[in-house]
Write a protein that binds this ligand. Structure first.
Ligand SMILES: Cc1cc2nc3c(=O)[nH]c(=O)nc-3n(C[C@H](O)[C@H](O)[C@H](O)COP(=O)(O)OP(=O)(O)OC[C@H]3O[C@@H](n4cnc5c(N)ncnc54)[C@H](O)[C@@H]3O)c2cc1C
Length: 406
């Protein structure tokens, strides 16, 4: 009989790797195998994001997002310190540009306070004094927001998994998951060719954009569909790098799920503008026009998506329109940073968010995992899951501890 691993983790993004690390730390000497279909860890959401160490301002007090983000911001910095990884405490401004936004700053400040954060309130003059190129009627300043390269963090986590005695197997795509008495059989392929299956006492699936498919593959009804939302970024030219010295965000619209186009400092000293949020037609396609027929059909055949679109029709159309025209995209940034011109927006990366949607068209707001006898499926780990990955890994490891053993 082939050997049975203690735990197989599917997905070498930041959540899977943080989970594997935690499992190995808690039970030194245990046999933990991470399976990642790509040729390196962190190729998808973990390697295509804003790189912000979120402080935890926006999330509903008491939610997993709120608790794990606040804990994760601390844990991320500690992890970086312990492994000589660079990060920067940049702080972040949330800028109100009209009366309606100004009136929402108070509620945002209260929410942050309920999450244990202290935000500084600035009036228009104080804002201009702090960031001369940023204009607004008022702002909140979050001193505990920072930046890091999560792709780098994931690479260091993968090395740690191996140092702790685990294995990270790359180019190993999971094509089947079957629970039977005493074990889970995990079928594998590389470049379409079947490899030998592996067996595990317990399995954790952290497959990001493919999470619902892996659940269905295992015979679990996930109850949600992963809908991909693309986020396009622009990069400012080098001579514009000094335009802001901190991260600058608009006040989020409470009716919309994403945070709005922001100016973000990057670890290599650059400044990006983005991301917007438009429908993606390929879960893992990073060109603007990428279409994967299977992914597109999955979206279009999901009644929840049609309900979601009806609910957000107006903002969705505006978002699509602005994504097609650089000048319209720029207008969003110019609301709080009027000095920028269309020449300042150079094409840059896109990212694709995995967002779980219910059949009634509502988004799953919080992190979500479901458990079977031997498997934990992480079904919703959108932003701020990169910030929250370490405590999220702890939470998932707690769930693993309650699964059936051999
Ligand atoms: C545009 C954008 C901006 C964001 N900004 C931020 C931010 O500033 N701060 C923040 O905290 N969060 C941010 N996020 C969110 C954050 O990036 C994600 O929440 C986080 O990376 C999720 O990690 P993950 O490990 O769950 O998913 P992923 O990184 O997507 O990893 C999943 C892994 O599973 C693998 N996989 C899938 N199917 C299989 C299979 N069948 N077999 C083997 N392997 C498989 C994939 O190849 C992938 O490597 C952002 C996300 C996006 C898209």
């Amino acid at each position: 009989m082939s050997s049975v691993h203690d735990v197989v983790v599917v997905g070498g993004g930041i959540v899977g790797l943080a989970t594997a690390m935690t499992l190995l730390r808690r039970r030194p000497g245990s046999d933990v195998l991470v399976l990642e279909k790509e040729d390196r860890p962190g190729r998808h959401q973990t390697g295509h994001n804003s790189g912000v160490i979120h402080a935890g301002v926006y999330y509903r007090p008491g939610s997993l997002k709120a608790r794990l983000c606040v804990a994760g911001a601390r844990a991320t910095r500690e992890f970086c310190d312990a492994h000589d990884l660079a990060y920067r405490d940049t702080g972040k401004l949330i800028v109100a540009t009209d009366e309606a936004e100004l009136s929402r700053l108070g509620a945002l400040q209260e929410r942050a306070s309920a999450n244990g954060l202290v935000l500084e309130r600035l009036d228009a003059d104080e804002l201009r004094g702090r960031e001369p190129e940023v204009a607004g009627l008022g702002a909140l300043f979050s001193p505990s927001t920072g930046i890091v390269d999560y792709g780098e963090v994931a690479l260091v986590m993968a090395r740690q998994v191996e140092r702790l005695g685990g294995e990270v197997r790359l180019g190993a795509e999971v094509t089947g998951l079957g629970e039977s008495a005493g074990r889970v059989t995990v079928r594998l392929a590389r470049d379409g060719e079947e490899l030998d299956a592996v067996h595990a006492a317990r399995v954790v699936v952290c497959a990001g954009l493919q999470a619902d498919r892996l659940a269905r593959m295992a015979g679990v009804d996930p109850g949600v569909r992963i809908v991909p939302f693309r986020g396009d970024y622009y990069r400012l030219p080098d001579h514009r790098r000094g335009v802001v010295g901190t991260l600058v965000y608009p006040v989020p619209d409470p009716a919309l799920p994403f945070l709005g186009v922001h100016l973000t400092l990057t670890m290599d000293g650059g400044v990006t503008a983005g991301p917007n949020a438009v429908q993606a037609w390929a879960r893992e396609g990073y060109r603007r026009w990428a279409v994967d027929p299977r992914d597109a059909v999955d979206v279009l055949r999901f009644p929840g998506w049609w309900r979601f679109v009806r609910r957000h029709l107006r903002s969705g159309v505006a978002e699509e329109w602005d994504s097609l025209r650089r000048s319209a995209y720029l207008a969003r940034v110019r609301r709080y940073c009027p000095a920028l011109t269309v020449q300042d927006l150079a094409g840059y990366e896109t990212g694709v968010r995995a967002q779980a949607l219910r059949a009634d068209g509502t988004m799953v707001e919080d992190f979500l995992a479901v458990t079977t006898e031997r498997t934990v499926h992480v079904l919703n780990a959108p932003s701020p899951a990169a910030t929250s990955a370490l405590p999220l890994g702890e939470m998932i490891a707690d769930r693993v501890a309650h699964l059936a053993d051999r």
